[in-house]
Design a protein around this ligand. Sequence first.
Ligand SMILES: [Fe+2]
Length: 259
Amino acid sequence: MMPLADTHVHLLAGLDDGPRTDDEAMAMCRMLVAEGARSAAATAHLHPEFPENTPEHIIAATARLAEQLREQQIPLTVTPTAEIVLSDDLAERWQTGRILSVGNLNKYLLVEMPHGVFLDYRPAAVALQPFGIRIIVAHAERYEPLLNDPALAVEWIAAGCLMQVTAEAIADPPGYDEAAMKLWAQRGMIHLLGSDGHRIDRRKPELQLGYAKLKKWMGAAAAERVGSIWGTAVLQGLPVQPPAPKPPSTSWFTRLLGA
Ligand SMILES: [Fe+2]
């Protein structure tokens, strides 16, 4: 099996609501390796709730984590990553250097929705295009208006967004979500897999069950692109060109009617 890439996992001890200690972070990294990952976006929130987090702080904490991984011979490559809150002025924030791209490589931003509202990602995605930056929609499955409106998701993808979904949510979805997520998978609207792991005892850094479900829904080759190939590329700042989403499938009866 190709090594998996976790494109969203909170691994930086003490920086946010992720691991509390270095030992917990190491235990999470060991778990990720056991889950088949060899690379991970070491993610921390860039959020007013955590005012001490800056791009420089996240980069330094990731370098420290990488050193500990080397010392303990844990085969996981970690990439400094900020989880950024979507705002109207995201492109301006990017220009002023106040936010951190995945790996500090100036290609991808991991962007979540502010709590309690539903915002359109397209204006920010379009405003960032001249800078060669693409938005990764963090835990895209969490946004019900998006999940339940595949046509909207297709438009966000057309604007350059990549859809990152949470392995645990795919593996064990709340009942109403499963059909929508399966549809996304079958239409090629899932691009990246992340555990969104936070702790060793809850919201664990797990990938395998979600990956197995993706294989079932998309087929092995497509799941490998999502779980491994595109994620690894993104963490290295390399371009990815997922095919456009497939059109919605029609039932045999609709086809019979020529509709
Ligand atoms: Fe997160």
